[in-house]
Ligand binder design. Structure first.
Ligand SMILES: N[C@@H](CCC(=O)N[C@@H](CS)C(=O)NCC(=O)O)C(=O)O
Length: 258
């Protein structure tokens, strides 16, 4: 049996869970970001990040590597489209979702999620800069949705990588207007009808109620882990002083890989 070091709300873990369900693979799940599981997570991933997949004696970290491994290990149904060009596009969209969209959404959502207990306000201009840049990326996504209604010809890793991020935009005050994003809205509706996506969304909603019931939380609430891409986006947009105040206040944690 495979074990997934998981977290209900992580977009990377959500992507991997949807790939496992798409391929019909059974696995055990551990909510490894819960404080009581930190020791176990650190033993399989020095960066203490989810997702991590353990398959017998093999440990695979990083969601894109896990997806590639799952596609080698359980080739049918394939998660990458056929043909060199669509495959390159699918990998590119996965990377954009994992390193660019994730970074922006993470950086502007710290004051939104119940996992973080923040009583302060975001630095001036941060939310606006994030929303503006997300709209630029969403415009390229709108243009990429093809006649089949998917990002790369047929349902693939591109769609599963993007969906967790697109599904969190509304909560962040980013509205997809029908006049600007007709294809993206249709894609979003189509994705939500797919069993794999619907079941994962239901799992996320159900677990959110369970985990944050009565104002409690099983997760770290003060310290925030700042992976490279997420720091890069802040620095590229001039929020270095705010970031340094997070570092000096002890609220910022930077993962170590060894
Ligand atoms: N590049 C990694 C990124 C994984 C990542 O950033 N995971 C976050 C959750 S979304 C994490 O585990 N952060 C540690 C923490 O919040 O304690 C991947 O694709 O798997």
């Amino acid at each position: 049996m495979l074990t997934l070091y998981d977290n209900p709300f992580s977009p990377f873990a959500r992507k991997v869970r949807m790939v496992l369900a798409f391929k019909g693979v059974q696995y055990d799940s551990i909510d490894a970001l819960a404080l009581k599981e930190h020791g176990r997570l650190a033993r399989v991933n020095a960066r203490s990040e989810v997702p991590v997949l353990v398959d017998g004696s093999l440990t695979v970290t990083d969601s894109a590597d896990i997806v590639a491994y799952l596609d080698d290990r359980f080739p049918d149904p394939a998660i990458f489209p056929a043909g060199a060009e669509p495959r390159a596009e699918a990998r590119r969209w996965q990377r954009v979702a994992d390193t660019v969209i994730d970074a922006i959404i993470h950086d502007i959502s710290i004051w939104t999620w119940p996992t973080h207990r923040r009583s302060d306000q975001p630095p001036q201009g941060l939310l606006e800069a994030g929303r503006e840049e997300l709209h630029k990326i969403l415009a390229t996504l709108e243009a990429s949705i093809d006649a089949e209604g998917f990002v790369c010809g047929r349902l693939s890793i591109a769609d599963f990588s993007l969906f967790p991020h697109v599904s969190s935009l509304k909560v962040l005050g980013i509205v997809l207007e029908a006049s600007t994003y007709p294809k993206l809205l249709a894609w979003n509706r189509r994705m939500r009808l797919h069993d794999v996506v619907r079941e994962d969304l239901e799992y996320v909603m159900r677990t959110a109620v369970e985990k944050f019931m009565a104002g409690g939380s099983p997760y770290e609430g003060e310290k925030i882990v700042w992976r490279g891409d997420r720091i890069e986006w802040l620095l590229a947009h001039g929020f270095h002083e705010w970031f340094f105040s997070e570092v000096t206040s002890g609220r910022a944690v930077v993962p170590r890989s060894v």
